[in-house]
Write a protein that binds this ligand. Structure first.
Ligand code: DC
Length: 220
């Protein structure tokens, strides 16, 4: 039987770093679903299609082929990872990720991936919508300040010039939009294990998740 791991939580809770490590440890394909919404945002902005022009966004989405290679999103044959992590995309992605038809399309792509491979997926609605029957569900949280700190350091290390206050405000704004939108809002699945990562380092979180998984997999 296929293994699937859902990692949900707000922006900057450490989902992608942790999912990548766990994926490697348990031999799972890592799927960063936020990058798929970011890719839609990237192409929409390039083509100057606004999020309220739902028909044009949907038409665009139907032309996008997405798959993952070595943890990186390949969009119509192009590795777009550096282009989708910029503040411009972060500031606009929530609007495109709120479009019901976009979500339906991408959720179907995600579910197909989970049928083909053992996966670890991170996002906002993986445990509640995409993989309701996931083998494991985790919900990671941390205070907005700690999450802003992490994102600030991540972008700084990539050589991107950033302002801490702007990042904190973006995180607070995105938390609000992600958890209040009408379609598939950010929410902990009833059967997900919640881990508050404030004050924990990456290894400590990885160890917690790995020990839950090891115990259950050994007993399968
Ligand atoms: O994880 P991230 O910051 O790269 O996600 C980018 C945006 O995409 C975020 O504002 C919420 C949205 N998203 C979503 O709605 N559902 C997902 N499964 C993943 C991301």
């Amino acid at each position: 039987m296929r293994i699937s791991v859902a990692i949900d939580g707000p922006a900057g809770a450490g989902k992608s770093t942790i999912a990548k490590i766990i994926g490697e440890k348990f031999n799972l394909m890592y799927i960063n679903t936020g990058s798929m919404y970011r890719a839609v945002t990237l192409r929409s902005l390039e083509k100057e299609i606004e999020a309220n022009d739902v028909k044009s966004v949907c038409k665009l989405v139907s032309t996008l082929d997405m798959h993952f290679k070595n943890d990186r999103l390949i969009l119509n044959g192009e590795d777009v990872n550096d282009l989708i992590t910029t503040p411009r995309i972060s500031n606009n992605v929530s609007a495109y990720a709120s479009i019901k038809e976009v979500r339906q399309n991408l959720v179907a792509v995600m579910q197909k991936m989970a049928k083909q491979y053992d996966v670890i997926m991170d996002g906002r609605d993986i445990g509640t919508v995409v993989l309701k029957d996931a083998t494991f569900k985790f919900f990671l949280t941390a205070t907005p300040e700690e999450r802003a700190d992490r994102r600030y350091n991540e972008l700084k290390n990539k050589g991107i010039d950033v302002n801490y206050e702007e990042i904190l405000n973006d995180i607070i704004k995105r938390d609000y939009i992600d958890s209040h939108r009408e379609v598939d809002p950010l929410r902990k699945a009833d059967d997900a294990i919640e881990i508050n990562t404030t004050g924990l380092n990456i290894n400590e979180v990885v160890d917690k998740i790995a020990s839950v998984m090891e115990t259950k997999l050994e007993n399968r």
